[in-house]
Design a protein around this ligand. Structure first.
Ligand code: BGC
Length: 396
């Protein structure tokens, strides 16, 4: 087990040195101060001055979805490269366990927390403890709701993820010139407990709205509200079961499904499996996704998934680590943090209100990956390599 972990870490360190953006615009230490940043409020004051005395607690949701393993490994490696210690926990997609894991990290006296919430609504009590102990909290990838213990949010532009999926459908089917032609679509969204899920779904549905309203896109099941198409815990199995039911109820007479709008790759995997037997061959529906999980990239090459919105999580870690370093140095980062790394990101102070006010956010830019450009975006950049079987694998 230790050997395996060491292997993953070494791989991640190598990958970091090969790819992604960097935070080397200056040479940081934990005691750096930034002339352009203002001093933080007392609640986010630094408690340690030397990198080796700093421990960062990283709380990830689950190991069972591919991306979070990458996030955890990248964050750990990059924090350790600065000399910090890292406590990394995974909570098995169980919200109570995440509360417990966070309680332990707080009790251990970590200096800063990076948290990707399982249930964005369930952490306000435990994070009040963090706040009481002056432990700054970065909300990672998913916004944590209803707590003022959050200093910042780092993510990709989640609404844009959905917009890219919608636009891909419009462009690929040339919906603007569809004339009388109609396309049948079914939607599969994410976990309602994840604040991102609504952004993805709304981004896609807002983009497709004109074509749904004018009847070019038809939804035979009639299920187009988020609550109806959501997938508990983002589970492949739940998406598979729901799509099987939809197909049995609305498509059994041979009605052709043309578009399966899926918010991410774990749901796309289930949907692709549900439609596989009916659509092997010529009339394969368009299937969207998000993340670039290895199993989905295989489906992409096999024609069972049409696109994925790729988010380079190595870069999400770069931004998070740069931000954490500034907070730990006692600064109050703002848009000028963008000068400290080479990733393309926006500083957003209007989009993400967690119920206690707008949380300042650093949002990275996602990419559309298809069969036509995957080499350029995933392989040439070093994120993936092509295995002997011709399929993509995480870079070694
Ligand atoms: C992430 C996605 C991921 C999903 C399921 C979301 O919060 O942004 O990248 O596919 O969770 O893990």
């Amino acid at each position: 087990m230790k050997k395996r972990l060491l292997g993953i870490l070494l791989t991640v360190m190598m990958v970091i040195s090969l790819i992604g953006c960097s935070s080397d615009k200056d040479t940081p230490t934990s005691t750096d101060t930034d002339a352009t940043a203002t001093k933080a409020a007392a609640t986010t004051a630094p408690v340690a001055t030397d990198a080796k005395d700093i421990t960062v607690g990283v709380s990830m949701p689950t190991k069972s979805l591919e991306r979070w393993n990458r996030d955890g490994a990248y964050l750990k490696a990059q924090f350790e490269a600065l000399g910090y210690k890292v406590e990394l926990t995974y909570s098995d997609d169980d919200s109570d366990q995440q509360v417990n894991d966070l309680q332990n990290l707080i009790a251990e006296g970590v200096n800063l927390l990076v948290v990707a919430a399982i249930n964005g609504e369930a952490l306000s009590t435990v994070l009040t403890d963090a706040k009481d102990q002056n432990i700054p909290v970065i909300s990672y990838d998913r916004l944590i709701m209803n707590t003022d213990a959050i200093s910042y949010y780092v993510s990709f532009d989640n609404y844009t993820v959905g917009k890219l999926q919608g636009q891909y459908i419009i462009d690929t089917l040339d919906l603007a010139n569809a004339g009388d032609k109609k396309y049948n679509m079914e939607c599969t969204a994410g976990d309602p407990a994840d604040n991102n899920a609504g952004f993805f779904f709304n981004g896609a549905m807002d983009t497709l709205k004109t074509y749904i309203d004018n009847g070019t896109i038809v939804i035979p099941s009639g299920q187009k509200e988020f609550e109806k198409v959501a997938t508990d815990k983002w589970k492949t199995e739940n998406a598979l079961n729901r799509m099987q039911n939809v197909l049995a109820s609305y498509y059994a007479d041979g009605t052709q499904l043309d578009i399966a709008l899926c918010s991410n790759d774990s749901t796309a995997l289930g949907v692709a499996q549900a439609i596989e037997s009916d659509y092997a061959g010529t009339n394969q529906p368009l299937v969207t996704g998000q993340d670039g999980d290895v199993a989905n990239l295989k489906n992409l090459l096999d024609g069972k998934q049409s696109m994925t919105v790729y988010k380079a999580v190595a870069n999400e870690a770069v931004v998070t680590v740069a931000l954490a370093k500034e907070i730990l140095a006692g600064n109050k980062p703002d848009a000028s943090l963008l000068d400290k790394f080479t990733c393309t990101a926006a500083y957003d102070t209007s989009s993400y209100d967690n119920g206690t006010g707008v949380i300042p956010s650093y949002l990275l830019v996602p990419d559309v990956v298809t069969k036509d450009n995957y080499k350029e975006i995933l392989v040439d950049t070093g994120y993936y390599t092509v295995g002997d079987d011709g399929y993509l694998q995480a870079a070694q």
